[in-house]
Design a protein around this ligand. Structure first.
Ligand code: ADP
Ligand code: MG
Length: 694
């Protein structure tokens, strides 16, 4: 077989099969091997008398072969009987076997057998046990036998030897000063020794559940490496320069407060102050503003923009969808244009002369506030003086877009003492990041949280119905509409097929039109062009349309305070956070709102858990916590966060105390023992660098 990719290492061609298989598993150096931990263990440290064997358990017995023959029952098989010292017998059965197996089981041979016991037709037996010839003085294993994650072409025995050798050679000397290591932890060497070769009396449960002190050390070291690398990034950022915004020029943001139709909540005032505090520094802000759906992040963005603009800098606000960008644009324009601030609107669908005019106004600086989709960061967009970039629903942007944004942040061309100025960055998200994730994956971000909703909101009541009650739901729509309220109906998301998506939405649209004579029912889906989408959305926003049937294009941020009923069909197909986002489209005004989740039975247990969680709580943080619990950090973060550090040993749900300890240790290491910090990082960076975020 020819390798599909040229092997870059010089010795590549001459490597043996198992060696290649090891490389594929990422086992390249001694440290890799030392950190290749067993999946589980086999207990070969004791012998069980045949009489005491229990069905379903894997055990080791020793005895003498009393009989061995090839039988031709339903299929050809090798059947042997062994008898132990106490005189009890056990049947061994091999459906596939080599002549060597038969030879090894010649009557009279003393053998050590290991396998799972099951109740056979003729008494208890083991099928395909491992067989080892022994003599009276063959010692038992002194530690549990590790079973490693392996692959085809990499025999367990080969891997065991390689790992044992790697473990012996790897430099596992202690690099950390004792005061940063949490109490009662093993040294790394002891920890690895114990995980690879646990003593027989060790609790397998502790080991396999990863709660054993040896695991604690390993997880701590991993988390520490991650925290060190993030602190490093943070400290490097602290050396960069950004424009300093004076707040006394902020008469503008006071004037903005005066035009707003409401007072800021205490939480909003607090986060505005946190942001203003950053913007007064000459170091680029790198802040995440998180707040539940409806908590009022947009106005915080507007206040931040006002600070930048009052200081003569431009602000860009970017939203993930055109609908959302447009809505922001309208709202912000209504707030800031009365103050004499010029705005520009940039999206992919805006073409030709209009677009060229916009680009000119962005480039010459006359547009102080630029709102749009990711069109805002396209190559041909040049800002005269970009001082602040705000990203709404940041988790919806991909890695490529973030990189493009970075380039824009550095584009002002101005400098401070020779150092180029970088724009400040504010990211907003309604999917709160649970604390553990915030401290690990996002450790180099500062976080502000809006933890209170504007006053006068009536909590949303969530009901879960089977689809047999669809008619009742339609009747409820008629009631809401009669009261002058508006209704969303969201159709299922079927990822594989946009077409089916569309059919569902169209069919539901027709059904509702027929069931609700005289009511204007609109339809919105991803296949419509953006002008049509905008037109439908505008009619719904203006209250001309009572019911809006849509696919998930309305998922994020849309704000129509008069909407009081949200129906989500096939709710079992949505993720928790997504349901919460959708639900957040209602309950935005003072009217009591209801969210109806319609499911199609049968529901899986997870499906039940999810819908139950939705009915039980309106708290976005609690929802995020449960979502993380149900899906795990990898999926929770999703492809959109790819490049984020995923941990190999530590578990963000269970190991919060270790995360905190690692955080503290990382700070004191960089401050007091930078060399130890470097050595620790180097040790872990050499190992599968993809696990650590640089
Ligand atoms: P989100 O945080 O989900 O982006 P929005 O910024 O869209 O929330 O705000 C939700 C709604 O609440 C909007 O209609 C907004 O105008 C309104 N709002 C925001 N702040 C306040 C406040 N302090 N008092 C009353 N209403 C507010
Ligand atoms: Mg929003």
């Amino acid at each position: 077989m020819t390798p599909s990719k040229p092997d870059s290492s010089a010795a590549g061609k001459s490597k043996s099969g198992p060696q290649k298989a090891m490389e594929k598993l990422g086992l390249r150096n001694d440290m890799d091997l030392a950190l290749h931990l067993p999946l589980r263990y086999e207990d070969e440290t004791q012998l069980v008398p045949i009489k005491q064997l229990r069905e379903g358990l894997t055990s080791q017995v020793q005895g003498t072969v009393v009989q061995c023959e090839v039988q031709l029952r339903s299929r050809r098989q090798l059947v042997a009987h062994i008898r132990d010292e106490a005189g009890d017998e056990l049947v061994l059965r091999f459906l596939n076997f080599y002549p060597s197996t038969q030879k090894a089981l010649a009557p009279g041979t003393q053998v050590r057998i290991r396998g799972e016991v099951r109740g056979g037709f003729w008494g208890r037996e083991m099928v395909h046990p491992t067989v080892k010839a022994v003599s009276d003085d063959t010692p038992l294993a002194s530690s549990l036998t590790p079973v490693y994650p392996a692959s085809a072409g990499l025999p367990q025995a080969y891997l065991r030897k390689a790992v044992a050798a790697g473990l012996k050679r790897a430099d596992l000397s202690e690099v950390l000063p004792p005061e940063v290591i949490p109490p009662r932890m093993l040294s790394l060497r002891e920890a690895l020794q114990c995980l690879h070769h646990p003593a027989p009396q060790m609790s397998l449960d502790d080991l396999e559940e990863r709660s054993h002190p040896a695991w604690q050390r390993l997880k701590f070291d991993e988390l520490l490496a991650q925290q060190l690398s993030q602190l490093q990034a943070q400290r490097e950022r602290a050396l960069q320069r950004a424009p300093r915004f004076e707040v006394r020029l902020g008469a503008l943001h006071e004037r903005l407060l005066a035009v707003l139709p409401f007072e800021l909540t205490r939480a909003q005032r607090r986060v505005v102050e946190e942001i203003a505090g950053d913007l007064q520094q000459n170091v680029p802000m790198h802040r995440l503003l998180q707040g539940d759906v409806g908590s009022g992040k947009t106005v915080v963005a507007a206040m931040s923009a006002a600070l930048a603009i009052a200081n003569g800098w431009q602000c860009a606000l970017m939203a993930p969808t055109e609908i959302l960008a447009e809505q922001h644009f309208r709202k912000l324009v209504s707030w800031v244009e009365p103050l004499g601030i010029e705005t520009a609107w940039l999206t992919g669908s805006r073409k030709g002369k209009q677009r060229r005019d916009m680009l000119v106004r962005v480039a010459d600086g006359s547009a102080a506030l630029v709102v749009g989709t990711h069109a805002v960061i396209e190559d041909e967009v040049h800002f005269a003086r970009l001082g602040l970039a705000i990203i709404d629903e940041q988790h919806r942007f991909g890695v490529a877009q973030r990189l493009a944004l970075r380039a824009k942040l550095q584009s002002s061309g101005e400098s401070d003492g020779g150092q180029p100025l970088e724009a400040h960055l504010l990211m907003m998200s309604a999917t709160p990041i649970p604390r553990t994730l915030a401290m690990t994956v996002f450790a180099d971000l500062d976080i502000s949280t809006i933890d209170e909703l504007p006053p006068g909101r009536t909590p949303i009541v969530t009901k879960v119905f089977g689809d047999s009650r669809r008619d009742d739901v339609v009747a409820q729509i008629a009631v809401e509409v009669a009261k002058g309220r508006q209704v969303y109906w969201v159709c299922p998301l079927i990822e594989e097929s946009e077409k089916i998506d569309l059919q569902n939405a169209t069919a539901t649209h027709q059904e509702l039109c027929a069931a609700l004579p005289g009511v204007i029912v609109g339809l919105l889906h991803g296949r419509m062009n953006s002008a049509d989408k905008a037109a439908v959305m505008a009619r719904f926003s203006a209250g001309e349309m009572a019911v809006l049937v849509s696919t998930t294009v309305i998922e994020v941020g849309v704000d129509v305070p008069n909407a009081s009923l949200m129906v989500i069909e096939h709710a079992e197909r949505f993720g928790l956070s997504q349901l919460h986002q959708l639900r957040g489209r209602v309950g935005r005004g003072a009217v009591a709102s209801v969210c109806v989740l319609i499911y199609t039975p049968p529901l899986s247990q997870t499906g039940k858990d999810r819908l139950k969680a939705m009915a039980e709580t309106n708290d976005g943080f609690e929802i995020a916590r449960r979502d993380l619990e149900i899906r795990g950090p990898g999926e929770f973060l999703g492809a959109r966060q790819s490049g984020a550090a995923l941990l190999r040993f530590a578990d963000l749900q269970g190991d919060l105390h270790l995360v905190q300890a690692a955080r503290q240790a990382a700070e004191s290491l960089w401050d007091q023992h930078p060399q130890a910090a470097e050595r620790h990082l180097a040790r872990w960076r050499g190992v599968r660098p993809e696990y650590l975020k640089a």
